[in-house]
Design a protein around this ligand. Structure first.
Ligand code: ATP
Length: 290
């Protein structure tokens, strides 16, 4: 190899290394199947650091299975998954502890422990990963997370059955944030919320993502969420991620599911709502008076 070729190879290697360091989650060639039912085959996906990536796809396309594979609850039969540069497939729980502490998960439906109060739910991951933290500090952390997610302080001693749907989601979010994660997984966080509650939850997610510098993997069917807070969207179909990009980039593709989803009546309504919000913001003077 000539000196010039060596220099070019080194530059390429460095460029790749810089590119890689921008990636929070790197999924390559994974296959997931349940018996004869193949859910993913040769699926690739990159999630960039600091982005909110929306993950969409028809029901049963394997969005939750993909999330479970990334967080180690489902072992792919083929392929590799890296989180923050660490190989995850086949790692034992103890071995991957340092990485597992760096993410928080809000499962579909909230998945709060019904026999524990909100504060006790939030304290579960703290007890699990930091058993030496004393009760008083644990309580303080829980109270802080409760405030952070917009719940009233009185929610702490309540049981999940005493909360509204929106409050349950926020309690689940508070638990997901218990360990100050860098990476947040949200599985259909606004499902079942009324539109105002859903918009408030989205806004909270965006605010937290910006202030805490989080990377967010967000599974949703909610077009308003995609339009209002997602930086990019990944589309699952045909056992793969068939496209990733901004909504404008996806709209330029002529895949029938993508066109139907974003350009159907609901997609058009969501676009119209976003441009109305934009116009309103542009017409509002900086001091907020109309
Ligand atoms: N533990 C399991 N055992 C057998 N099949 C499973 C298991 N988990 C998921 N599946 C199947 O895998 C497929 C994908 O499920 P998944 O929950 O990931 O879909 P999804 O895209 O998240 O759907 P939805 O949008 O309806 O929530 C479904 O057909 C489901 O029945």
């Amino acid at each position: 190899m000539s000196e010039e070729q060596q220099r070019q190879a080194e530059e390429q290697r460095l460029a790749q290394a810089v590119e890689q360091s921008d990636i929070a989650i790197c999924v390559r060639g994974i296959r997931n199947a349940f018996g004869d039912q193949v859910i993913h085959d040769a699926l690739d996906l990159d999630v960039r650091k600091g982005e909110i990536l929306g993950v969409v796809g028809g029901s049963g396309t394997g969005k939750s299975v993909l999330m479970r594979a990334i967080i180690g609850l489902q072992t792919p039969s083929e392929g590799e998954i890296e989180v923050f540069g660490e190989q995850m497939v086949g790692r034992l729980d103890d071995d991957a502890l340092a990485i597992r502490k760096r993410w928080g998960v809000l499962f579909q439906g909230g998945a709060l422990f019904s026999t524990l109060t909100v504060a006790e739910n939030i304290e579960v991951p703290i007890r699990e990963y930091y058993p030496n933290i004393g009760a008083q500090l644990r309580d303080e952390i829980a109270a802080y997370k409760i405030r952070m997610t917009g719940l009233p302080a009185e929610a702490g001693p309540k049981y999940p059955s005493e909360l509204s749907g929106g409050m349950k989601k926020r309690a689940g979010l508070a638990r997901a944030l218990a360990l100050d994660p860098d990476l947040l997984f949200l599985d259909e966080p606004t499902a079942g919320l009324d539109p105002i509650g859903a918009a408030a939850f989205d806004e909270q997610t965006r605010k937290l993502q910006q202030t805490l510098g989080l990377t967010v993997f967000l599974i949703t069917h909610d077009l308003d969420t995609l339009y209002s807070i997602c930086d990019r969207v990944a589309v699952l179909a045909d056992k793969k991620v068939i496209a990733v990009g901004t909504i404008d980039e996806l709209l330029a593709l002529d895949h029938p599911w993508i066109q139907e989803y974003f350009n159907g009546p609901r997609g058009r309504a969501a676009t119209a709502a976003v441009s109305r919000e934009k116009n309103k913001a542009e017409q509002t003077p900086p001091d907020g008076r109309l």
